[in-house]
Design a protein around this ligand. Structure first.
Ligand SMILES: *Cc1c(COP(=O)(O)O)cnc(C)c1O
Length: 230
């Protein structure tokens, strides 16, 4: 059974009442039908996160145009063109070459596309992302400096899926440290470098304690997902 509109609204109210000021909620709606997104929209949500390009494009076409769409999944270079005209934030940038592709598509659309660098902080090696050296190499490179149609707004990461909250605390601390290091060394003159995207349904309270400015919450709003959609 999918959740009713009223249950979605209640879930949203409960979550919003716990978010400190300055923490942005991204409602992760992957695999969920348009009607459920509309219910969240009617309850005041204007930022949705999706992880598949085709699904994101279809939902963008079907829903009101004042929604900000965030791409939170792994993004393949050949699909950037489909979201480049309208995407508000790409969370999962994990290489210079992807950044260059996003820049090229941004240019074609005459816009600057906001991006987050995805960092690998979890113990599991299945999660995408760069390590500290990768990131420092990217933002320190001449190639990066020439990109006029992307703007790096911060970093994103996912903690290990574990009941051991100490590990989760440590990993989010580590991500916050990377964010601070980048901010002071490379983005001190860019106030829009202000986004630390960390925290999902199971760990967003810990993420907020560790300084998250943007949480990505799916199942606690819309209920469990019934089929695999990584
Ligand atoms: C699915 C997903 C989420 C939301 O996960 P929930 O556990 O349902 O809150 C957040 N971030 C990313 C990158 C995801 O793929």
């Amino acid at each position: 059974m999918e959740l009713s509109d009223i249950e979605i609204k209640q879930n949203l109210e409960a979550i919003k009442s716990e978010l400190p000021q300055g923490v942005t909620l991204v409602a992760v709606s992957k695999t969920k039908p348009i009607e459920m997104l509309q219910a969240a929209y009617d309850a005041g949500i204007r930022i949705f996160g999706e992880n598949k390009v085709q699904e994101l494009v279809e939902k963008h076409e079907a829903l009101p145009k004042d929604i900000e769409w965030h791409m939170i999944g792994h993004l393949q270079s050949n699909k950037v063109k489909y979201i480049a005209p309208f995407i508000s934030l790409i969370h999962g940038v994990d290489s210079l070459s992807l950044l260059e592709t996003i820049n090229k598509e941004g240019k074609k659309n005459n816009r600057v596309i906001p991006c987050l660098l995805q960092m690998h902080i979890a113990q599991e090696d299945t999660k995408f992302g760069m390590n500290v050296n990768d990131v420092l190499n990217v933002v320190g490179s001449e190639a990066y400096k020439s990109l006029q149609n992307i703007e790096i707004r911060g970093v994103m990461g996912m903690a290990t899926f574990t009941d051991n909250t100490e590990i989760v605390h440590q990993e989010f601390k580590q991500l916050k440290n990377i964010f601070n290091q980048l901010k002071s060394q490379y983005f001190a003159n860019q106030p829009s470098f202000n986004t630390l995207s960390m925290g999902m349904s199971d760990d967003y309270k810990i993420a907020i304690q560790e300084g998250s400015t943007m949480v990505r919450i799916g199942s606690s709003i819309f209920g469990h997902r019934y089929y695999a959609n990584k």
